[in-house]
Every structure is written in structure tokens, then in C-alpha cells.
Ligand binder design. Structure first.
Ligand code: ADP
Ligand code: MG
Length: 183
């Protein structure tokens, strides 16, 4: 009943585990009130879990969100499908709730399917603006025994996110549109 949740914020540094431990980076959303718009109101009470949705990165100047970017390898100004973790990363047991989308490159590169395994990365975009729509729920947050099991679960989440985002129902299209046209 909360969904979709719309968030506009800044990309901040986390613990750096996404790429280092798992090979799957997640863009951590700033929790600072002055950086944050969240349609759900209280950020800390977002229902935890793994979700799918859409994300777009803008820099507030130059290539902004919604502006067309013809560079196929660029991350800015494009709507990416995302697998999104909301919660406390129980495998690591964080103290504060984080919202962390992994942007799936295959959404814009259907031919480059290696990205379904989380291998394709975009380079850093810390400090950029992120527009995020959390559209659907995939599964609860779970503590995994070992990083391999966690990585396998995330790879499956990425595949699920891609296939759900590929469906063209009214909500999906509306949220894709919203993410691409905000700011
Ligand atoms: P952190 O703990 O600082 O979030 P991560 O290892 O999770 O570190 O890496 C996240 C950073 O990697 C993002 O903030 C972004 O700058 C970069 N990045 C590159 N490609 C992606 C991607 N496909 N999805 C999310 N972030 C990405
Ligand atoms: Mg991260």
C-alpha cells in the first residue's frame, strides 16, 4: 500500500562493501533531511526489504535528469532499472536504515547481458542527484551465511527486477516516466 515510493536525494558514500565484497555496487541515498525528498514521509520507517524500480542520476547542471544523453556508456540522465535494498543489511547488521539501489546497465544495453550478474559498473557518481522510484517488492531482507549466498541472492534480485521492469503496465510506465522527467 506504500508503493510506489518516490525519493529524490544525493548519492553518498557507504561502507564501500557493495563493490568490494560483492562486486555489485549500490548507490547509497543520503539520509540528510536537507538533501532528501521522500514521498513516504518518515524515511526511517520505510518498510524494509528488497524492491525493484527505476533510478536516474543527474548532476544539477550539464546533463540533468530528463535530458537526453546519447553516450551509451554514460550513467547521467538515463532511466535505469534498479534492484533496491531498503533496510539494515542484516548480513552486516547496520545500525541505520539505508536505501541502496543497484542500477542495472542492461536496461539501456539489452545486448550486454553480463550486467544481469552485476558485473557492469558505471564508475563513481558520488555527490550526484538521484531520482528513485521504488515500484514493487521482491523479498524480505535476510541475513545470509557467507557472501556467496548473499551475492547469489542479489543476482537473482537483479534478474527479477529486469523482468518485472520490462512489463509494460500502467504503473511501470508511469514510474519510468516520472523518474525520467523529475527535476
Ligand atoms: P558505497 O558503500 O560507498 O555505496 P559501493 O561499493 O556500494 O560503495 O559502490 C557504490 C558507488 O558505486 C555508487 O555510489 C556509485 O558512485 C558507483 N556505481 C557504479 N556503478 C553503479 C551501479 N551500477 N549501481 C550503483 N552504483 C554504482
Ligand atoms: Mg552502496
Amino acid at each position: 500500500k506504500h508503493l510506489p515510493i518516490r525519493i529524490i536525494s544525493k548519492v553518498v558514500r557507504g561502507y564501500g562493501r557493495g563493490s568490494k565484497d560483492l562486486g555489485i555496487p549500490t548507490a547509497n541515498v543520503s539520509r540528510e533531511k536537507e538533501d532528501l525528498y521522500c514521498s513516504c514521509g518518515d524515511f526511517d520507517h520505510l518498510p524494509t526489504g528488497i524492491y525493484w524500480g527505476f533510478a536516474c542520476i543527474g548532476d544539477g547542471e550539464g546533463v540533468g535528469v530528463g535530458e537526453k544523453n546519447d553516450d551509451d556508456n554514460a550513467v547521467l540522465g538515463k532511466v535505469h532499472t534498479a534492484a533496491i535494498s531498503i533496510g539494515y543489511n542484516p548480513t552486516y547488521n547496520n545500525k541505520e536504515l539505508t536505501v541502496e539501489p543497484h542500477l542495472i546497465a542492461a536496461a539501456t544495453h539489452p545486448q550486454r547481458h553480463a550486467s544481469s550478474t552485476g558485473e557492469t559498473q558505471f564508475g563513481d557518481f558520488y555527490g550526484k542527484i538521484i531520482v528513485l522510484s521504488v515500484v514493487g517488492y521482491l523479498r524480505p531482507e535476510l541475513p545470509f551465511e557467507g557472501l556467496e549466498k548473499l551475492t547469489d541472492a542479489i543476482k537473482k534480485d537483479i534478474i527479477d527486477a529486469e523482468s518485472l521492469a520490462g512489463q509494460s503496465n500502467t504503473t511501470t510506465l508511469a514510474e519510468r516516466e516520472w523518474v525520467g522527467s523529475s527535476l
